[in-house]
Design a protein around this ligand. Structure first.
Ligand SMILES: *[C@@H]1O[C@H](CO)[C@@H](O)[C@H](O)[C@H]1NC(C)=O
Ligand SMILES: *[C@@H]1O[C@H](CO)[C@@H](O)[C@H](O)[C@H]1NC(C)=O
Ligand SMILES: *[C@@H]1O[C@H](CO)[C@@H](O)[C@H](O)[C@H]1NC(C)=O
Ligand SMILES: *[C@@H]1O[C@H](CO)[C@@H](O)[C@H](O)[C@H]1NC(C)=O
Ligand SMILES: *[C@@H]1O[C@H](CO)[C@@H](O)[C@H](O)[C@H]1NC(C)=O
Ligand SMILES: *[C@@H]1O[C@H](CO)[C@@H](O)[C@H](O)[C@H]1NC(C)=O
Length: 499
């Protein structure tokens, strides 16, 4: 058993409580479990001995991930060895749970793991005659705890949904054994540390949702070479330039909002022909908009608001024939709005406020919803001052100066672009409204799409605990979010997985 170093412990444990007692320092170390960190005062002897007991029971595996020792009562009978392994995994997890206000895991007792709340079984893909644990759904459980390395024993798991809980720590390296994982939803929890690279090694993963956590650092470029359908990594602390292979990603939805991405909006975006929704809002992107985006004919939602984009809106956006929502607000864009954009047949809402546009064709004023405030538009209400516009328009900028990687089209290239317009650089950016990173911001109301469907059975309303955090729905796509609601749906999903 590896000895646990106090300083090494970054979260989750009741051990933090002891740490508080001993060192009287608990603020940041224990932030992950406010339940324990916020209640304090004298510990009873019983509590102290419980904590000491717990220290003996968990251990760290060869990667430093925590696990819990589980002993299997020899009187228990299991249908097959995989269900026995599942029992060990789930019992370890239960030990790693410090708070379960809805008692979701209260019935996690005994060998019938398929009857446990939130656990779904299905015939094994490689042997239809045996039943295995294929899905876990504890969405909106408000559970506090961590993920023990024993979860790696759930080798038949295809869906793992723990959205809107208080899980913290990291994703165990043993997740590498979950080779059938198809949908991984860890959103709206308290995971921290680097991007969980083990995810890149899950060969069948299609749906990745890490939003509303505390992940930080860079995002591995390999993520964009993976055959994913949806990537949600918004509302974390990622700090990163999008790599040139960004355009290789076959996703239909990608949401990077509310991180600290910077650099260019990559021209390789033009390669992402399956893309339907992209939300880059509230990062630090600083470049012109690549005209190649005009070729994205399936795009319905394009949101690059709250960045530092410059130059004009490419005329080619008029080729995004499926576009419904276009938001370029709070940037430093200028020039005339191309009429072709406002003529897009499905465009419902075009928001371009807080830029420096100087021309707006009349067709734009006929859109169902638009916002043109705080630009430099003659004869429109609520524009910037003449002085502000003049000062901004006095400094030209060349889009090439951002040194963005050039586009190499995979399809016959579109007609050559018109010569780059002379663009103008602003003095300081028009104070972007920065949405704070912490404490966890309430997710903005879902504007573009309905919130994801709720998990199967709504738990009884708690009497004593605060309401669970709001569902982590920013803009999402119902097409790519294959939420399972019943074993039947779930089996359908399984049948789509080709081994
Ligand atoms: C827990 O398991 C680890 C690794 O399997 C082992 O080394 C350790 O002795 C066990 N601890 C207890 C208290 O059983
Ligand atoms: C959970 O179980 C505890 C202890 O048995 C009980 O007091 C509490 O009311 C239960 N909570 C819910 C939401 O059922
Ligand atoms: C676009 O895709 C093609 C072929 O898949 C590839 O060769 C090219 O490098 C990609 N372009 C960019 C800019 O990623
Ligand atoms: C674009 O959408 C159409 C209709 O939904 C679909 O048939 C087509 O495959 C999509 N194109 C790409 C490249 O995904
Ligand atoms: C249009 O989109 C903006 C930005 O997403 C949003 O704030 C606004 O409420 C939308 N307007 C309508 C009428 O939907
Ligand atoms: C997505 O949701 C909208 C509105 O709820 C619905 O009209 C549409 O059919 C859904 N699309 C798919 C592919 O499920």
């Amino acid at each position: 058993m590896k000895k646990t170093n106090i300083i090494d412990l970054h979260c989750c444990s009741s051990f933090c409580y002891l740490l508080f007692l001993l060192v009287s320092v608990f603020v940041s170390l224990c932030s992950c479990d406010e339940h324990y960190a916020s209640s304090h005062g004298g510990l009873t002897d019983k509590e102290v001995s419980y904590i000491k007991q717990r220290q003996l029971l968990y251990y760290r595996d060869e990667f430093g991930d925590r696990g819990e020792n589980v002993t299997v009562d020899p009187s228990l009978v299991f249908e097959n060895p995989r269900l026995r392994n599942a029992y060990i995994a789930l019992q370890a997890w239960k030990k790693a749970i410090l708070s379960d206000p809805f008692n979701l895991t209260a019935d996690w007792v005994g060998s019938e793991v398929c009857d446990y709340t939130g656990v779904y079984c299905a015939p094994a893909l490689d042997n239809k005659r045996i039943k295995t644990v294929a899905g876990i759904d504890l969405n909106h459980g408000d559970i506090a705890g961590y993920l023990p390395e024993e979860l790696g024993l759930l080798t038949d798991l295809a869906l793992f949904h723990i959205n809107s809980n208080r899980f913290c720590g990291t994703v165990p390296h043993k997740f590498i054994k979950l080779k059938l994982m198809f949908e991984l939803d860890l959103s709206n929890n308290r995971f921290a540390g680097k991007f969980p690279e083990v995810i890149l090694k899950l060969p069948l993963l299609k749906f990745l949702d890490l939003r509303f956590n505390e992940f930080e650092g860079t995002v591995p470029k390999e993520l964009f070479d993976k055959d994913l359908d949806a990537i949600f990594i918004n509302h974390n602390r990622f700090r990163f330039n999008l790599p040139d292979n960004f355009g290789n990603s076959p996703v239909s939805v990608i949401v990077l909002a509310n991180n600290k991405f910077h650099g260019c909006v990559p021209a390789s975006l033009g390669n992402m022909t399956s893309l339907e929704e992209i939300i880059l809002m509230n990062n630090g992107f600083r470049s012109c908009l690549p005209e190649q985006i005009g070729g994205l004919r399936n795009m319905t939602v394009f949101d690059v608001s709250f960045n530092e984009l410059m130059g004009t809106l490419p005329e080619q956006i008029g080729g995004m024939v499926s576009l419904e929502q276009l938001n370029v607000a709070h940037n430093m864009l200028s020039g005339k709005i191309p009429a072709s954009i406002c003529r897009l047949p499905k465009l419902e809402n075009f928001t371009f406020s807080y830029n420096f546009f100087t021309g707006e064709p009349p067709v734009c004023l006929g859109l169902r919803a638009f916002d043109d405030r705080r630009n430099c538009l003659p004869a429109r209400p609520l524009q910037r001052s003449a002085a502000q516009c003049r000062s901004f328009l006095s400094r030209p900028v060349d889009c090439n100066s951002f040194r963005c990687a050039p586009f190499v089209p995979s399809l016959p290239s579109p007609p050559p672009p018109s010569p780059p317009p002379v663009v103008v650089l602003s003095p300081p950016p028009p104070s972007p409204v920065f949405i704070p990173q912490s404490p966890p911001p309430p997710p903005p109301p879902p504007v573009y799409s309905p919130p994801p469907p709720s998990p199967p059975p709504p738990p009884p309303p708690p009497v004593y605990s605060p309401p669970p955090p709001p569902p982590s729905a920013t803009a999402t796509s119902n097409r790519s979010i294959i939420r399972f609601t019943s074993t039947a749906t779930f089996l359908l999903i399984l049948s789509r997985i080709s081994l």
